[in-house]
Design a protein around this ligand. Structure first.
Ligand code: 5GP
Length: 176
């Protein structure tokens, strides 16, 4: 694994994003909805970097698996604890890849009557998009690489890495 984004790079960018959101939401009280589990460290750091009163909630989704993924079928695993009526909703994602998860969430949560809805993601891989979905705030735009760390897992592990690494898969040599 090679370091793609160091702890310091991530923290500096999250502070910038927090300052931007503080300016953009001045006089309002944003409601941050983090997408479990990957967005947890980002959500925590970003919320601390926003110098406004705000509220937090979490949602969990999973895709139905690789075979059906391109159809965009996403399953709701844990719903929100609070309603969204009249709220300034900010969906907080770790990474937007094909865009299918985010597309599902925007449709699901947008129908619950928020006053506004914007999307923040730490990472975006635009080269991989299958659906066009608008992302308002992007921490880093990255190439089509498999990344782990800072909340993002590799088979549920490595979420605790303070940096983001890119994984290089070594292909097994064919058996004789
Ligand atoms: P999308 O629905 O946009 O294709 O997928 C978003 C989800 O796919 C992310 O929340 C994450 O769980 C997973 N994902 C996308 N790219 C990567 C990656 O590079 N590494 C890991 N570990 N997960 C990824």
């Amino acid at each position: 694994m090679k370091v793609l984004l160091s702890f310091d790079q991530i923290q500096a960018r999250v502070l910038e994003m927090g300052a931007q959101l503080t300016a953009d939401y001045s006089g309002r009280e944003p409601h941050l909805v983090g997408v479990l589990k990957g967005a947890c460290p980002f959500m925590t750091d970003l919320a601390q970097a926003i110098e406004l009163p705000l509220t937090l909630d979490y949602i969990a989704v999973s895709s139905y698996g690789r075979a059906t993924k391109s159809t965009g079928e996403v399953k709701l695993v844990k719903d929100l604890d609070q309603g969204l009526e009249g709220r300034d909703l900010l969906i907080v994602e770790d990474i937007v890849d094909t865009g299918l998860t985010l597309n599902y969430l925007v449709n699901l949560l947008g129908a619950r009557g928020p006053r506004s809805l914007k999307v923040v993601t730490l990472l975006s891989k635009p080269a991989r998009r299958l659906v066009s979905v608008h992302v308002d705030y992007v921490g880093f735009t990255i190439e089509d690489e498999f990344v782990v760390g800072y909340g993002i897992d590799f088979a549920q592990r490595n979420r605790n890495l303070p940096h983001i690494g890119k994984v290089r898969f070594i292909e097994e040599s064919p058996k004789e």
